[in-house]
Ligand binder design. Structure first.
Ligand code: ADP
Ligand code: MG
Length: 339
């Protein structure tokens, strides 16, 4: 009998490791393969960066409340964020779509108006793609290409003990926005006269439906002469992503709970839903912010940057990754990722 192993026995990250373990770069220009936010390709005087992301209807988005224009924008942001997470500048994207029978040309025009808005905003050219039919729902795959000077690339693997841990923007808002949309969708169901209650929640909705890629911060870092010792985009929540940095850099981390930036709208939504906003920040995901480390000597320079918060520091590997609560006790962080 042939062996059958369930995906759940691995989980997302172990599954990827398992699938790619027998691949070894044969081409001399492949400088870094799977394992970081983007592949790094040596094209001469600088590196080319290449990332891929796929969004599937019913898994990554719900068309009952996700406007197609925003979806197009978000798909491009997802790709571009992986280029930014290597400290690179986005240059091109390709967009491939699997179209289900219920989608019209007008709807695809909406989707592409969002793709165009993101390409214009981040200076990336649409360089190609693929179009096919889908039986299960809309699928969107984005590949992004960027470039970075060879001495400016940031990997997940360069964090050193005593480095400062920095974060852009605030966390947990996208997840709370998703909860609000799900709540209103349930209220919508079987209601002849639905009245969505979105007033006062524009911020968390925007964070879910219209995330911004932090090209502004990467440009600020370049201008300030800061090369992060490590960097990752926050896609799965702070806990999972700091653990990725710790694993790749063979280090530990201490993050101070009260320093994690959480917007007041996120706190308000969490209170209303009896949820913990810190859990949303740690495990919620979807924030599209950058997590990076800089040498301690850069403290003053990094503190002067707009939209960047210091939330902790890197420790030796033996201490693990811990969240320090206001009363001074440590909570070990746990990995997430889909199962
Ligand atoms: P991100 O969330 O930044 O898009 P992922 O967690 O999806 O990154 O992927 C982690 C790493 O594994 C990346 O370097 C990515 O290129 C690689 N990877 C993911 N899925 C596959 C796959 N099916 N085959 C090869 N490499 C993969
Ligand atoms: Mg990433």
């Amino acid at each position: 009998m042939t062996k059958r192993t369930e995906i759940s026995e691995y989980g997302e990250f172990a599954l990827i490791d398992h699938l790619v373990k027998d691949f070894h770069a044969a081409d001399a220009s492949t400088f870094k393969g799977p394992g970081d936010d983007a592949a790094v390709i040596d094209v001469g005087d600088r590196y080319m960066l290449l990332s891929s992301d796929m969004l599937l209807e019913g898994i990554d988005f719900d068309l009952t409340y996700f406007p197609l224009k925003h979806l197009g924008y978000k798909a491009v942001v997802t790709g571009i964020n992986d280029i930014l997470a290597m400290n690179g500048i986005p240059r091109q994207v390709t967009v491939s779509i699997g179209i289900s029978a219920k989608i019209s040309v007008e709807q695809l025009e909406e989707l592409y108006s969002g793709i165009r808005a993101a390409c214009e905003e981040y200076g990336a050219d649409l360089a190609g793609g693929d179009t096919t039919a889908s039986v299960t729902g809309l699928a969107i795959a984005v590949s992004a290409v960027g470039t970075v000077e060879k001495d400016k690339v940031s990997y997940r693997s360069g964090a050193q003990p005593n480095d400062l841990i920095c974060i852009t923007g605030d966390l947990g808002a996208a997840y709370m926005g998703l909860h609000l949309l799900e709540r209103e969708k349930r209220a919508f169901h079987g209601n002849d006269n639905p009245q969505p209650q979105f007033g006062g929640y524009e911020y968390i909705l925007r964070r879910q439906l219209q995330p911004y890629a932090r090209l502004d911060v990467v440009k600020e870092l370049h201008e300030a002469g800061i090369v992060p010792t490590s960097m990752i985009d926050i896609s799965d929540g702070l806990a999972s992503d700091i653990l990725q940095i710790c694993k790749s850099s063979r280090c530990g981390a201490r993050i101070y709970l009260e320093m994690i930036p959480i917007a007041k709208e996120t706190n308000r939504m969490a209170a209303e839903l009896n949820a913990d906003p810190v859990v949303a920040a740690l495990n919620g995901g979807g924030d599209h912010e950058l997590l990076f480390t800089v040498p301690l000597s850069m403290r003053d320079t990094v503190a002067r940057l707009g939209g960047v918060e210091l939330i902790g520091h890197i420790t030796p590997e033996s201490t693990g990754a811990a969240l320090v609560t206001p009363d001074g006790s440590d909570i070990q962080l746990q990995a997430q990722g889909f199962k």
